[in-house]
Design a protein around this ligand. Structure first.
Ligand SMILES: C[S@@+](CC[C@H](N)C(=O)[O-])C[C@H]1O[C@@H](n2cnc3c(N)ncnc32)[C@H](O)[C@@H]1O
Length: 196
């Protein structure tokens, strides 16, 4: 397993993603792969990993690793299926319903989709974070020395968690969505092969 060169609110959830990789998984796709850190971690579990990102410079600079291939591409144009599909801080870069439908189409039967995402927060609906702030600050402080990340495009999320839950119910039925400590949600969906 590569040693993380940095820590942030996205890499914090990489262990959760790796825990979702089914034992039978051979192929994986990381969309919005940035510098490829997660793709390289997935390659410790899968025989063939593809990382795609719209940012050609990021994928050109991504460190090479056995069984990892990077491509400059829009994930909505990828025409294949994978045993594992991952999306970290990327789904909110495209229209929600379109992005979820595209992700769903990329998951092979029996495969899983694991998303770490951002939503548009609101003080009323997200008031539950208030008592958690000391824990969040302590977590950030504990990782202060290694805080960082790749230089990639960021975007403010436009969808609320309610929007995301509603879209998931339509496009990813049965998905498990959980609000997490570090301003992220996780979504897990399995392609059981049943129609929505
Ligand atoms: C906030 S960054 C996250 C990068 C990486 N997943 C991480 O956790 O560090 C979002 C990435 O998604 C990429 N991106 C945005 N829209 C995309 C699309 N339609 N297809 C592929 N990549 C996309 C951006 O170029 C950017 O690198």
């Amino acid at each position: 397993m590569p040693t993380d060169p940095y820590w942030n609110h996205n890499t914090h959830y990489h262990p959760w993603i790796l825990d979702q990789v089914p034992a039978h998984a051979r192929t994986a796709l990381d969309i919005g792969c940035g510098d490829g850190l997660l793709a390289r971690k997935l390659a410790t579990r899968c025989d063939a990993v593809l990382g795609v990102d719209l940012d050609g410079q990021a994928v050109a600079a991504a460190p090479t690793a056995p069984n990892v291939h990077y491509e400059k591409a829009d994930f909505r144009d990828v025409d294949d299926t994978f045993d594992v599909v991952t999306a970290v801080a990327t789904l909110h870069h495209v229209p929600l319903a379109e992005g979820m439908a595209a992700l769903r189409a990329l998951v092979a039967p029996g495969g899983v989709l694991a998303v770490v995402g951002l939503w548009k927060m609101h003080p009323l609906t997200d008031i539950g974070y208030l008592p958690l702030l000391p824990v969040i600050w302590a977590t950030d402080r504990r990782h202060r020395a290694v805080a960082g990340g790749p230089e990639v495009a960021i975007r403010d999320p436009e969808d609320t968690l309610a929007d995301i839950r509603e879209a998931a119910a339509t496009h990813l039925p049965g998905a498990q969505l959980r609000r997490r400590l570090l301003w992220r949600y996780t979504l897990l969906w399995q392609n059981t092969g049943h129609c929505a």
